[in-house]
Design a protein. Structure first.
Length: 103
């Protein structure tokens, strides 16, 4: 939090309200990545690499909270390449609910 407090004066003029909102989104991603013990720079680099290929309905898997599990399912060589296609893994199956029957 200190980094944000120190930079507040420098960020006083970010250009417009839209730019300020975008900066806030980036700060949130960085802070959340740190909260989940991820390297923010590596997380954002991977995120920008994967985002264009990832299905829209599965964006939650890319959140910092779930990123370690998602990254483990990706092909490391494809992710490390700067360009090219990515093989998107199948979504994880939701936990099955066991039906309890009363006898």
């Amino acid at each position: 939090m200190r980094r944000i407090a120190v930079g507040r004066k420098a960020w006083l003029f970010v250009g417009s309200d839209d730019h300020a909102q975008s900066a806030g989104h980036l700060f949130t991603l960085i802070a959340t990545a740190r909260l989940h013990r991820l390297n923010p720079e590596a997380y954002l680099r991977d995120l920008l690499r994967v985002l264009a290929h990832w299905p829209r309905e599965r964006y939650l898997e890319l959140a910092p909270k779930y990123w370690a599990a998602t990254r483990a399912r990706l092909v490391a060589a494809e992710l490390d390449a700067e360009v090219g296609n990515l093989t998107i893994p199948e979504p994880l199956a939701p936990p099955s609910e066991e039906k309890q029957t009363s006898r």
